[in-house]
Design a protein around this ligand. Sequence first.
Ligand SMILES: CC(C)(COP(=O)(O)OP(=O)(O)OC[C@H]1O[C@@H](n2cnc3c(N)ncnc32)[C@H](O)[C@@H]1OP(=O)(O)O)[C@@H](O)C(=O)NCCC(=O)NCCS
Length: 196
Amino acid sequence: MGLAASPGDHFTAVRSPASLLTERLRLRRPRLSDCAAIFEEYAADPEATRYLAWTPHRSIADTRAFLERQLEIEAAGGERSWMITRRDEDRAIGVIGCIFDAHAVSLGYVLGRQHWNRGYATEGGRAVLAWALALPATRRVWAVCDVDNVASRRVMEKLGMEREGLLRRWSVHPNLSKEPRDCFVYSRIRDAPARR
Ligand SMILES: CC(C)(COP(=O)(O)OP(=O)(O)OC[C@H]1O[C@@H](n2cnc3c(N)ncnc32)[C@H](O)[C@@H]1OP(=O)(O)O)[C@@H](O)C(=O)NCCC(=O)NCCS
């Protein structure tokens, strides 16, 4: 992305909460002991990864390498993620992540298929969006999704994000095609009313 001199420059002082609580969920920081749950819940699932920028993991070792890399990136300050857990169970059933870039924060999320359509992504996303919008450096929180990813579009709408447009040939979703795919871009702008 590269809008700031280095990613996350404006956010270097950000301290993210270790956990965010919602009515039904506890979002908490990832740890290496989450590898098996991540693999079983979504990382190995062709359906859950269909519209993502990576192919399904073939082994827990793949998931471990992925998570180790992610934790290194987060330690450097440019990204933060929280595992989605239910308040009564610590098992990671999904993830919501933020990437910091200049004055913008982009969001991404994945949830295990057996937990879809219960409002969890919206409930967790609302907590992360509120946290990101409240950071002093933030002017914009945004996310993109494949044009065919109806569930993700709906989540962004429910989060009050506004569809800004279509990004032609924006990102490769290798489970669909080797060619970059068209994506919709949605945003919430600081101090602007949420879309109704
Ligand atoms: C996108 C995702 C995180 C949504 O999680 P979720 O917890 O099921 O989301 P919610 O329950 O909060 O909302 C889903 C909405 O999409 C709607 N939806 C889901 N599938 C749909 C479909 N095929 N057609 C129309 N609407 C659909 C649901 O009805 C719901 O809307 P509603 O509340 O108005 O009924 C989940 O589907 C997922 O993990 N997908 C795979 C990973 C992914 O694509 N991540 C996003 C990358 S941009």
